[in-house]
Design a protein around this ligand. Structure first.
Ligand code: TXA
Ligand code: MG
Length: 314
């Protein structure tokens, strides 16, 4: 495992590794992705192996430009409107696969759909343009653990399973993209993220938010314990118990760490995974208590991740 700064030379090396079927971790504005050439089945299988991820879990495919979408998926007016508004950015579309779509079937995990996103990060953009192929890239962490927002998180979680990690500093958004299913007449949010249901509904009318059984998910990233740290999580904590770490928000007295002292939800989202990771230390604490956080705007996505982290694990 090597962490290298995302210079032009190192990005060019990364592109060579990817074209040869290898894996490269790279920064996006949401979280670090573990990238592989989506058109090479072996590269995609390598991603599943490196993450230890259940193979029924489909991956997001990243593109450099909207023009790349034509050969991969069947689009409609809703896609046109939303991509114009939010791409590049943290919005992933689930669309019907195009006939003769060159992306490995393994990426779609047997579904007749494909998830596409154009990331808004100069390193991701440059890498995609140099590879000239769509990149499958789930979050660059071992399956079931907290997503990485720093290059060092990737190294800690995946170690020698990834040859090259391009370091582009901390991720701006800090939460995975919103996943929007356009396979049905009514657009449906499968995973909440920085682009909210309100923002989407304002442009295309009504939007459903998936309430599917998390035990049998169509979007398996929604497995209840997907974002599980080692320690138990206690939500909406208004005071701290003996042995607990307290993750604060706003004016939280006795906070061990604070997601945002000024009560800014965007700052909180950017800090969420890194702070959960820092507090998830059984040698110091017996649980992580989390202060109340408003469930508005990107706060909906923060609640989603925290609720999954708090879900009982077997
Ligand atoms: O922000 C992000 O989206 C990050 C960065 C690296 O871009 N990527 C990411 O990818 O979170 P991943 O693979 O960890 O999450 C994929 C999510 C999962 O919830 C998965 O089930 C869903 O998208 N998904 C992918 N393809 C799908 C499909 N064809 N149908 C339904 N859900 C799909
Ligand atoms: Mg993930």
């Amino acid at each position: 495992m090597t962490i290298r700064p995302a210079t032009a030379d190192n990005i060019a090396d990364g592109a060579r590794v990817l074209r040869a079927g290898g894996l490269v971790a790279f920064p996006t504005e949401t979280v670090y992705g573990l990238g592989g050439d989506a058109t090479q089945g072996k590269a995609v299988a390598g991603i599943f192996a490196a993450k230890g991820r259940p193979s029924f879990n489909p991956l997001i495919v990243h593109v450099a430009d909207t023009s790349w979408v034509t050969g991969l998926a069947v689009t409609d007016a809703r896609f046109d409107i939303l991509a114009r508004a939010f791409w590049p950015g943290p919005l992933t579309f689930v669309l019907p696969r195009q006939i003769n779509c060159p992306v490995s079937e393994l990426v779609s995990a047997g579904l007749d759909s494909i998830a596409l996103r154009m990331p808004d990060h100069p390193v991701a953009q440059k890498l995609l343009r140099e590879v000239e192929r769509p990149l499958a890239a789930p979050s660059a962490n071992a399956s079931g653990t907290v997503s990485p927002t720093l290059a060092t998180h990737v190294a800690a979680s995946l170690g020698n399973k990834v040859g090259l990690i391009l370091d582009g500093g901390p991720c701006r958004v800090g939460l995975e993209s919103t996943v929007l299913d356009l396979m049905q007449p009514r657009a449906t949010i499968l995973r909440p993220g920085a682009i909210t249901a309100e923002q989407i509904a304002a442009l295309i009318g009504s939007v459903a938010v998936s309430t599917e059984d998390p035990a049998a998910p169509k979007s398996p990233g929604q497995l209840a314990s997907h974002y599980a740290p080692t320690l138990p999580i206690r939500l909406s904590a208004t005071s701290i118990k003996p042995g607990e770490a307290l993750l604060g928000f706003g004016r939280t007295a006795q906070a061990t760490l604070n997601l945002s002292e000024s009560g800014d939800l965007i700052e909180a989202a950017a800090n969420l995974f890194a702070m959960m990771r820092a507090l998830d230390d059984p040698t110091r604490f017996n649980a992580i208590a989390v202060a109340p956080i408003p469930a508005t705007g990107i706060g909906v996505a923060i609640h989603d991740r925290l609720t999954r982290a708090a879900a009982a694990r077997s």
